[in-house]
Design a protein around this ligand. Structure first.
Ligand code: AR6
Length: 178
């Protein structure tokens, strides 16, 4: 049977993704999957050691070389209100090279993994828009377009944006995309 594919409802929230009451939260991770700063650090701190343990297990088994940029993988969410964390790796921004397809892929693959695990509500941060340096307006446009164009059974894609500045960039992008 399965749930029919459609376009998820996109909502914008200002806040901390670790508190999101959704089926899955997306983590802007790095290929090593061993944690880091930004939203990655926040998710591991709030979710507790079970997340790192699950990531170590992935490195031992299916992902010995780590998670490639633009791909996604799910683990437990440990102590978070969510049930799963979907780890994805956005590209580092580079002026000299267009890596937009990898950023779009990070969102698309996260939704594909959400479908695999049966997550109907998924919270996203602004992948690559922090440490990885992606210009905010462009990051927001790519994120919203990728989610809008995805074929998925996910019902709600909730962008949980950590600052007024990031929220404003997503609100502008949502406006200009209609
Ligand atoms: N909830 C929601 N968004 C958050 C939170 C939070 N609790 N904390 C930060 N953000 P970043 P990247 C926002 O740097 O650019 C890590 O070290 C933040 O304000 O977390 O993809 C990883 O291990 C920004 O808007 O991710 C990688 O090495 C957005 O999340 C690297 O950073 C993304 O910023 C990934 O860099």
């Amino acid at each position: 049977m399965g749930t029919p594919e459609r376009t998820p409802e996109i909502t914008l929230h200002r806040g901390d993704i670790t508190a999101a009451e959704v089926d899955a939260v997306v983590n802007a991770a790095n290929s090593g999957l061993m944690g880091g700063g930004g939203v990655d650090g926040a998710i591991h701190r709030a979710g507790g050691p079970a997340i790192l343990e699950a990531c170590r297990e992935l490195r031992r088994t299916t992902l010995p070389d780590g998670l490639p940029t633009g791909q996604a993988v799910a683990t437990t969410a440990g102590d978070l209100p969510a049930r799963w964390v979907i780890h994805t790796v956005g590209p580092v921004y580079a002026k000299s090279q267009d890596r937009s397809h990898l950023l779009a892929s990070a969102y698309r693959e996260s939704l594909r993994v959400a479908d695999e695990i049966g997550a109907a509500t998924v919270a996203f941060p602004a992948v690559s828009a922090g440490v990885y340096g992606w210009p905010l307006d462009d990051a927001a446009r790519i994120a919203l377009t990728a989610v809008r164009e995805a074929k998925t059974a996910v019902r709600e894609a909730r962008f949980v944006l950590f600052s007024d500045e990031v929220y404003a960039a997503f609100a502008r992008a949502a406006q200009s995309n209609g």
